[in-house]
Design a protein around this ligand. Structure first.
Ligand SMILES: [Zn+2]
Length: 107
């Protein structure tokens, strides 16, 4: 069984049961979600080009702890900023997200 799925479209597949999530809209919501088919606890992380779903109960312990810290410490905008920064560090800034210096918000 997988602990994550990653797609490049408007669909998202549950890593636990491989069914498409009903009513899915791409977002960088770091709050928990549940698969409507199997009930797996999930976190959705989307960038401008990909949507990744992580099954919390099956992912590596270090990632589970990191995601729990994000949920308890960061709001949505801070989480998006973290994801953008990590993507830039890991992949050389391949996404087209910008930060407004006046408002300090990612768009
Ligand atoms: Zn499922």
């Amino acid at each position: 069984m997988q602990w994550m799925t990653s797609t490049d479209g408007d669909t998202a597949l549950c890593p636990s049961c491989a069914n498409s999530l009903v009513g899915y809209t791409p977002s960088a919501d770091h709050h928990g979600a549940k698969c409507g088919h199997c009930g797996a606890a999930l976190i959705v992380v989307s960038t401008s080009s990909r949507s990744t779903l992580v099954a919390i109960d099956r992912c590596p312990e270090e990632l589970r702890l990191f995601l729990a810290w994000c949920q308890s410490t960061l709001d949505e905008l801070e989480f998006v900023s973290l994801v953008v920064s990590l993507e830039e560090v890991l992949f050389g800034g391949v996404i087209s997200t910008t930060r407004d210096e006046k408002t300090d918000q990612v768009s």
